[in-house]
Design a protein around this ligand. Structure first.
Ligand code: SF4
Length: 112
């Protein structure tokens, strides 16, 4: 990790809905991403759990999905982002029409 480079970017931990603030920075090697503390992050005030602490270890992992997958006939296949978003919209509309708006729920981090 380069300690002289101060171009860390503030972002949100991608794992759960708490929304803890973290800082990420380009590492010395291409594809490397380093984690740096964000001490005054409004949600977590610099504290993170073990999953958040490992967040940058999965950015360039060989098993990471980089394209959306859609399940057809029990099998996943790659899809375009446009197709994936269209599927999400059509399924949400179908659920709302068949079961009403209370059939869906969403989770978002609480802000102070
Ligand atoms: S650091 Fe932990 S609690 Fe915070 S958003 Fe990430 S996974 Fe959730």
């Amino acid at each position: 990790m380069s300690s002289e480079n101060d171009d860390a970017v503030k972002t949100i931990c991608p794992y759960c809905g708490v929304g803890c603030g973290i800082k990420v920075q380009q590492g010395d090697d291409p594809g490397d991403v380093n984690f740096r503390p964000w001490g005054d992050a409004p949600v977590n005030e610099g504290r993170i759990c073990i999953k958040g602490g490992a967040a940058t270890q999965v950015v360039d992992h060989e098993d990471r999905l980089t394209e959306p997958l859609i399940k057809d006939d029990g099998e996943f296949r790659e899809a375009t982002w446009e197709e994936a978003y269209a599927r999400i919209v059509s399924e949400m509309e179908r659920i709302r029409e068949e079961h009403g708006p209370d059939a869906m729920g969403f989770s978002a981090p609480r802000r102070r």
